[in-house]
Structures are given as C-alpha cells and as structure tokens.
Design a protein around this ligand. Sequence first.
Ligand SMILES: [Mg+2]
Length: 111
Amino acid sequence: MNSKDSYQAMLAAVQRFHDKHRLREQGGEDMPYRVALMAEELGEISACVTKGRSGDELAEECADLMILLIGTAIAGDFPLEEAFWKKMKKLESRTSRIVAGRVRVSEFKEN
Ligand SMILES: [Mg+2]
C-alpha cells in the first residue's frame, strides 16, 4: 500500500464514521465545534508528554487528532492529502535556525 492508498483508506474510514453517526446532519461537522474537539485532543497529547505517559498512549491521542483532522477535511470539503503534499514541498525548501535553543524551520520573515 503506498501513501496515497493509505490516505484514501483512512479518509473512507472516517467518512464511514461520519455517516454512521450522521455527523453532518447533527452538528458534528460544524467548524467551531471541530476546532474545539481538535484543541481538546491537543490537550490530551500535551498531557501525555507532561505526565510522562507511554508512547502507546501518545500514539493513540495523536491518532485521535489525525482522525479529527481528516474529518475536518470532510466537513470543510477540502483536499487534505493534496494540501499536505503542497505544504510539505514548501517546508522541504525552507532553511532552519536555532531559536531559543531549539531548531525551527520557518520562513523567518523579519519584522
Ligand atoms: Mg483522545
């Protein structure tokens, strides 16, 4: 399975989940609600790190966020996989710097 097949399989699984629970019809695809859900999952990821939880727990919380992200692409009707590769290409051309002791890859626009 290549990465495109894999994304298509994930997208189809998330779409089935949305259909099963009628998320579109019942407010589950409203964007402010989805942003709140993603923030909630990001908090759970943070707790895994700050509370020293296992890698398995961290992976599960990251999967929660990934599922929400894919669902947000469904809700917003945008091509997430295409956006991923477009952005990845941009990132690959960027330089890195050490900022406050840690590596940062950014456009580094000066103020
Ligand atoms: Mg979670």
